[in-house]
Design a protein around this ligand. Structure first.
Ligand code: MN
Length: 293
């Protein structure tokens, strides 16, 4: 049993990329299990070659640190405090946080921990709009996560990709508040490159953060999740978003991987996408950041 993400050989001070796990799924509304996501993603991360032929980089040469899992929290409010405290020093030291959930409630505090003067926008990949003001009496439910990010960053600085489900109230609230979104159908019809380009252009911030709810991917590819929703993105769609965002990418989370419902493919995909973000950002950094895609 591996207890760290693959090839995370660096100490915290040395690292440019910092992985942490949040084994929390108490706001899950349908089928639980995402608390086991971080360890399963870590386990599957060891299945891949350290060398990546597309970037020419070897992950063993990239300074990655794994902080391990945060403690178990009794309430969403406690979890929010814990994640903020854990991620804050990662942002403050200019490192790249990679937070592994846990349900999607674990993502907003990672974003909220960014310094106030940071120019950060979010690509929010999800089957669901997650734009409820509260759900089952909890404003920190995973059904409210894009809304909490909008409250922190502004409605124009969160763009949702791959959505195919929202309540009438969420639709009407967002018609008023104006968070941009591109549906899974938009991506199917227009192509991922065109839509990802539009989404990145909508974000006028210097830096971009990706919040990936694995249920944004079609359940045929990613069955191990709490709230599966048909008509989803392909794994390569998400890889393309990561690759295209990489010149501005400053952090990422991967949420809602639920091993009890998985055949292994969902954890493998999550691990591969975390690696993709690290390698693409590192490639851009090493290339001298001379040209923007
Ligand atoms: Mn979500």
């Amino acid at each position: 049993m591996h207890t760290t993400f693959a090839d995370a050989n660096a100490t915290f001070p040395e690292a440019r990329y910092v992985v942490l796990g949040v084994p929390f799924d108490r706001t899950t509304s349908f089928r639980p299990g995402a608390r086991f996501g971080p360890d399963s993603i870590r386990q599957h991360s060891w299945n891949f070659e350290t060398y990546n032929f597309e970037t020419g980089l070897d992950l063993a040469d990239v300074p990655v640190h794994d902080l391990g899992n945060l403690e178990e929290f009794g309430s969403a409010a406690d979890m929010v405090e814990g994640v903020r405290e854990a991620v804050k020093p990662i942002w403050e030291e200019g490192k790249f946080p990679i937070t592994l959930g846990g349900d999607h409630a674990c993502a907003p505090p990672a974003v909220e921990a960014v310094p106030r003067d940071a120019s950060l926008g979010v690509l929010y990949i999800d089957a669901h709009l997650d734009f409820r003001d509260e759900y089952l009496g909890d404003r920190r439910s995973h059904a409210c996560s894009s809304r909490r990010m909008v409250e922190r960053l502004g409605s124009k600085n969160v763009v949702v990709l791959g959505v195919r489900s929202m309540s009438r109230d969420e639709k009407e609230d967002n018609d008023r508040i104006g968070m941009p979104y591109f549906s899974a159908d938009d991506i199917h019809r227009e192509g991922i490159v065109a839509v990802a380009r539009k989404a990145l252009d909508r974000l006028t911030t210097e830096k971009v953060y990706i919040s990936l709810d694995i249920d944004g991917v079609d359940p045929a590819y990613a069955p191990g999740t709490g709230t599966p929703e048909p008509f989803g993105l392909s794994p390569l769609d998400v890889k393309t978003i990561v690759d295209m965002a990489s010149p501005r990418l400053a952090g990422m989370d991967i949420m809602e991987v639920s091993p009890p419902w998985d055949n292994g493919n969902t954890s493998a995909l999550a691990a591969r996408l975390a690696r993709e973000a690290i390698l693409r950002v590192e490639l851009y950094r090493r290339s001298g950041a001379s040209e923007r895609r």
